[in-house]
Design a protein around this ligand. Sequence first.
Ligand code: NDP
Length: 253
Amino acid sequence: MATDLFNLSGKVAIVTGANTGIGQGIAVALAQAGADVVAVGRSSMDETQAQIEALGRRCYPLKADLSQAKVAGEVIAQARQAAGRVDILVNNAGIIRRADSIDFTEEDWDAVMDTNLKTVFFLCQAMARQLLADGHSGKIINIASLLSFQGGIRVPSYTASKSGMAGMTRTLANEWAAKGIAVNAIAPGYLATNNTDALRADETRSREILGRIPAGRWGVPSDIGGAAVFLASPASDYVHGTTIAVDGGWLGR
Ligand code: NDP
């Protein structure tokens, strides 16, 4: 039946950075589709937990600072222990540092690459190992960016991390598709979240961006939820290694 295509009942999704912004939007959308959620991050998950529980789904908050890749194995193991199983991993947590490339520091380079790419790789690896050990299929969704496809300005490490993520997603899909593990990515366009506070505060830049979005508005976190449900559900079983833009038409302009 068509409705079963998007049904996540009985599935458990791990969502990193689920306390706010896009991560929260995705966590709630997956819960609406029937999944229980392990909400991973360093801040309080109270708000997200309340929204998920109001939908009649379970939410397991899990504290973790993802700036260091060594926590990856522990995060997946603890999620599995708390929820009893894991089926879906959404690597959403990410940071951005802005500075002219001529002045960009090693610290800003490493901080972004570690959180946005290195930890994400090891979370993918730990999740794949868990799925293989448990003997069932799974879905991994990496939250990339328009800067997976385009060069940005004053964000060299962010652009490198998100382009790297799109490439890494293809490699993992090549290796794991036949093992029943689908790895894909979503590239959100310009969304109104903490991540873009600085951009939206700059009136000229903000107007410039808005003028280039064919949909005529900034995105909101729930705009990403539908793509996440698709990639988490049986509806996308033949989709592997791709990065889906959800950008109000930005890339086609
Ligand atoms: P937010 O800044 O609102 O959210 C970022 C999330 O990542 C927060 O939950 C944050 O937790 C978490 N996070 C950051 N560092 C760590 C860490 N060391 N350990 C644990 N959690 C951490 O931004 P968005 O919701 O916009 O961003 C979510 C993802 O979407 C990011 O990967 C971003 O790059 C991507 N994206 C965003 C776009 C946009 O226009 N907004 C466009 C394209 C991609 P905490 O609250 O504790 O800091």
